[in-house]
Design a protein around this ligand. Sequence first.
Ligand code: SAM
Ligand code: ZN
Length: 284
Amino acid sequence: MLPDALRLLLCPVCRNGLMPGGDHRLACPSGHSFDAARQGYFNFLVGKGTVFEADTAAMVAARFDFLSRGHYQPLADTVAELATPALVGPEAAVLDAGTGTGHYLKRLLAAAPASAIGLDISKFALRRAARMNPDAVNLVSDVWQPLPVKDDAVDVVTVVFAPRNAAEFARVLRPAGRLVVVTPRSGHLAEVAGKTGMLGIEPAKEERLAASLDAHFEQHSVRELDLALGLEPADVGNLALMGPAGHHLDRSALEAIIAGLPPVTKVSARFRISVFEPRKQPSA
Ligand SMILES: C[S@@+](CC[C@H](N)C(=O)[O-])C[C@H]1O[C@@H](n2cnc3c(N)ncnc32)[C@H](O)[C@@H]1O
Ligand SMILES: [Zn+2]
């Protein structure tokens, strides 16, 4: 059965609606068509390649292993808890922007059944996400391009450690919808960041996050979550590889560092989960 979130999609080329156009295929009235990859996701990247760096297979594998061991489960629980009140009724719909391996979306859908779109620029991430959330529409797409989603289509947009396109999130959200954003707080993973060369975890200052969204959103609430993790050496390696530094870490140097770690490393994860609501647009 095709995911019911298909009704929320727009053709990324001409922005008409999309319909099933045969087995594992989507088509628009202008004749553009998109075949599902073997794993079930659709590649909606069109035109010139994007300048943004997609997560690599190795980064995605590290993220999958780390998240599958449940270290960030309380974060997934909190995102689900904060998103659930906005997901009511049979038309409820969610967009997970930068869905990665789909772990957070899966947790959310367990709490609140909804039509779901998982979007990421990395096809390696989408391969995992499509298996994790087979009832969602999983799209390779660039969050900095116009999103292939209709206006006022979703009740919740979740963004967990991923880029935020405020104007597009506001466009696709219904007026009573919620944007749920997870960012790291100062000191996040500090015990291992220096050791493993995991630079690039730059805490998003709350004011900066709010300012970047300000034209389209106002803050509704903020939750802070601190986790005291006890990580095995392999977990620390995965943490180092799965973040932005994974693009340029020296693997052999990292392996040497990991080999020298004690059986358990204590690490503090410090998250901020911010909930925003769309600003009311002045009536025309
Ligand atoms: C740090 S990961 C977080 C993934 C997932 N939300 C999680 O927390 O497990 C950031 C994700 O954003 C994706 N990403 C980066 N730039 C993007 C873009 N321009 N459009 C869509 N996704 C993007 C990456 O491919 C990656 O999967
Ligand atoms: Zn089209």
